[in-house]
Every structure is written in C-alpha cells, then in structure tokens.
Design a protein around this ligand. Structure first.
Ligand SMILES: [Zn+2]
Length: 272
C-alpha cells in the first residue's frame, strides 16, 4: 500500500508500507544507533518527494527525488515513523502503551489511536503558524526573539543533530540529553561568544520556559504527549509515545512466547 503523506512542514512524500520481516531485514546492524535505525526505516518506507513544502530548495532532496532524512526536521522524522507504522501494519493506528501510575504506582495500559485528530485519532499536528517563521525556515535562517533584552537566534533540529546528540550521550554517560538538545538549538545570543552560551543558558531559571515557549511557537510539529488516566486511582497524567524499535516493529507473540511468559509468571509467584 502506498500513500501521499503530508508532513508538518507541508512536504509531501509518497510512502509505502513494509512487512515486519522486511523491516527486520532493513534494521539489521543498526542496534547500536537508534537514530541510524530510524533513518534506515524512513528511507525504506519513502518512495519519492512529491513536494518539498516549506523546506529550502536545496535542503531536503537527494538524487532521484529521494528524501535526505538526515536533513529532515526531528518533527518530520517522527511524523514519518508514525506514518510508516500506520502504512505497514493492518492495525498500525492502534498502539498500546504501558504506564506506571505516578500516584499509585500500579501498571496500566493506555490505548492510543496514532491517526491525526482530524482523521479521528489522538495525535495533534501543526504547521508553522506565523508567516515570519515559515519564511525564516524556507530561507534557511534562524528564528529570532528577545530574552533579557538580548536577541536570541535559534533553529530547529534535524536528523544529523539527533545523531550527534546520540554520539555525545554514548560517550558521556552523565550527559543530560534534554540539555544537549536545548543547547544545540541555540545559534547565537547577542553579544556573547558561542563558547559562553551553554553556561549562560544554565542561569535562565524560569526564563528558560519563556524561551522554550518562543521556540515552540516557531515550529511545525507533532505532539507525542497524550493524557493517560489510571484506571486504579483515576489520576490523569502525561504519557509520551516512544519511538524506539518496538514502536514500529511490534513483537509478534507466538504460542511458544506465550507459554514461556506463563511459565515465568508462575515461577515468580512461587518465588514470592
Ligand atoms: Zn493510579
């Protein structure tokens, strides 16, 4: 099955579904890098670009109208992976997440419909809301805003940035990936050498939220956080849809797997 998928950046790509065995074959050898395996899955599922949408003219297209997924925004990549799952599996839209309740600590399953809200699902997607942001993205220049009377310039993250963050995190077990991600988006802080910027960002406190809000306003994306209500204590909490290998290669449970799990369960009970 193939379909034209429109991304948050309005890029349109013809994509097709892959069988579980095809996906497994594609992803062999990518176990050490989640980002590389995501790129491989996206490459395997996309056929060709129909329209580049808001991307700069020379950014996103490889030879033969293929998408250069390393140059695609992180948000478009997530959207593409979600689309791959929808196209590949007969029940791809329905995803079950296991949660641990923050209040009562009991486990529960949250069912998510991965289709866009406008198609009857749970996933919220948006395009650039303001023309100035769309225009900056199209021209390949940073977005701008003011904080503490300083002009701040930032950009979106791309597949190649995710790969770099992953490399840094693998080499520094203590690295905080959410800080790395945030810092990498900042291109320039007025009147400051880039080497001093990361330390300055640490001093922001509550203003960091202000800056993150500005960044969120200048984005075209997809929201991975859904409300999950615990059936045991009714507490409603945020649950983030993961994008690991298991997300797009659902584990096929065989009779033998089920028997093995039952045995393990029984064993645990006797140990207790
Ligand atoms: Zn609970």
């Amino acid at each position: 099955m193939s379909e034209i998928i429109q991304f948050p950046t309005r890029m349109q790509v013809e994509m097709h579904g892959r069988s579980v065995s095809e996906l497994r074959e594609t992803l062999k050898g990518f176990k050490s890098s989640l980002v590389a395996s995501q790129t491989a899955a996206l490459e395997a599922a996309s056929v060709k670009i129909i329209s580049i949408g808001d991307y700069p003219e020379d950014r996103i297209t490889k030879d033969d109208d293929q998408v250069n997924w390393e140059k695609a925004t992180s948000e478009d990549r997530i959207y593409g992976l979600k689309a791959t799952r929808l196209l590949s599996f007969s029940d791809g839209a329905h995803y079950k997440m296991e949660n641990n309740c923050e209040r009562c600590d009991k486990k529960f399953v949250k069912k998510v419909d991965l289709r866009r809200v406008e198609d009857g699902g749970d996933i919220v997607c948006w395009e650039f809301e303001y023309e100035e942001h769309r225009d900056a993205f199209k021209r390949g220049v940073p977005f701008e805003g003011k904080l503490r009377d300083r002009l701040i310039k930032w950009r979106l993250l791309y597949g190649e940035d995710e790969a770099q963050i992953e490399r840094i995190a693998q080499n520094n077990p203590n690295a905080n990936t959410s800080d790395l991600t945030f810092n990498m988006k900042i291109v320039e802080v007025e009147g400051m050498h880039r080497n001093d910027v990361d330390a300055w960002l640490k001093t922001l406190g509550d203003e960091r939220i202000e800056l993150q809000d500005m960044m969120a306003e200048a984005s075209a994306g997809v929201d991975l956080v859904v409300d999950a209500q615990c059936p045991w204590c009714d507490c409603v909490q945020d649950a983030t849809i993961p994008f690991d290998l298991e997300f797009w290669i659902p584990v096929v449970q065989t009779q033998r797997d089920r028997r093995r799990r039952r045995r393990e369960k029984a064993l645990k009970k006797t140990v207790r």
